[in-house]
Write a protein that binds this ligand. Structure first.
Ligand SMILES: Nc1ncnc2c1ncn2[C@@H]1O[C@H](COP(=O)(O)OP(=O)(O)O)[C@@H](O)[C@H]1O
Ligand SMILES: [Mg+2]
Length: 262
């Protein structure tokens, strides 16, 4: 007799595999026209782990995150979320998986015309319709307290600093209790003190929520602070992956050059 699982697999359901890494990309290739951006990248991140993806600007770090979220499709290769390949998924299935991911985009993290409170409430209003208005309100306050922004509910994004905008973006990314967190240059453009505060916050959030996190950055100091593992990419591929010490001890010329200039 078939088990329920076997029947579900036959129907193409229940493909989530709890033993698989939360995020895995395998041999990803992506070009734009004649420009090859990703050239066979493979990476995996488990729950509770933070991977920093480092590289010069223009090396495809943001493209990599967009492929993981499913905003773009690779030319070839796999993107597995909890073991399930998302590359061929229909939009509604993708939407469901995306709800398990929180992300903070590199630019324009917030909706300019919405208050801080409305920005954080946005995912709840769209994806937690069963939640009461007061329940949503309480959750927004709790999320903003978590990032130290509980006093600024009615402010507009243009009235708060860059570091505060990133905090609000983080609160919004956490709204649906994601088990995957993707951050694109969370400290770029911030002064060193605000950047260090964001690093501390990312560390705290990771300790509290045990997500699988990828933080894209070209800030080596930030990567060293927040990540368990670092991956340096160049020319569409991973040059080295390991601890900060392993990068420091590397003989690879590109790694030495990158560290020297960071
Ligand atoms: N939608 C797109 N169309 C054409 N080229 C793109 C697109 N997205 C990214 N690129 C190009 O891919 C390269 C990598 O971009 P990106 O991932 O943003 O780099 P970074 O590592 O700085 O985040 C850049 O040369 C960029 O111009
Ligand atoms: Mg980028």
């Amino acid at each position: 007799m078939e088990t329920i699982d076997q029947v579900a697999v036959k129907r193409g359901e229940a493909e989530e595999d709890s033993s698989a890494p939360a995020i895995a990309v395998e041999d990803l290739h992506k070009s734009f026209g004649s420009q090859k951006v990703l050239n066979g990248i493979s990476l995996a991140v488990s729950r509770g782990e933070t991977l920093a993806v480092l590289g010069r600007s223009g090396t495809g770090k943001s493209v990599l995150l967009r492929l993981i979220i499913g905003l773009e499709k690779p030319d070839s290769g796999l993107v597995r979320i909890h073991g399930q390949d998302i590359v061929g998924l229909a939009l509604d299935q993708l939407g469901e998986i995306r709800m398990t991911m929180g992300f903070l985009f590199q630019h324009a993290a917030l909706y300019d015309s919405l208050t801080v409170e409305q920005n954080v409430a946005f995912p709840l209003q769209h994806h937690k319709k069963e939640m009461s208005k007061s329940g949503q309100g309480d959750r927004v306050k709790q999320l903003l307290a978590e990032v130290g922004m509980e006093g600024d509910l009615q402010k507009m994004p243009s009235d708060i600093s860059g570091g505060m905008q990133k905090r609000v973006g983080l609160a919004r990314a956490l709204a649906l209790e994601p088990d995957i967190l993707l951050l694109d240059e969370p400290t770029a453009g911030l002064d060193p003190i605000s950047a260090a505060e964001i690093d501390d916050l990312v560390l705290k959030l990771q300790e509290e929520h045990h997500m699988a996190s990828i933080v894209v950055t070209h800030d080596l100091h930030s990567a060293k602070t927040i990540a368990d593992r670092l991956a340096l990419i160049n020319e569409g591929n991973v040059v080295i992956e390991g601890s900060f010490e392993e990068l420091q001890n590397s003989d690879i010329k590109f790694v030495r050059e990158f560290l020297k200039h960071s």
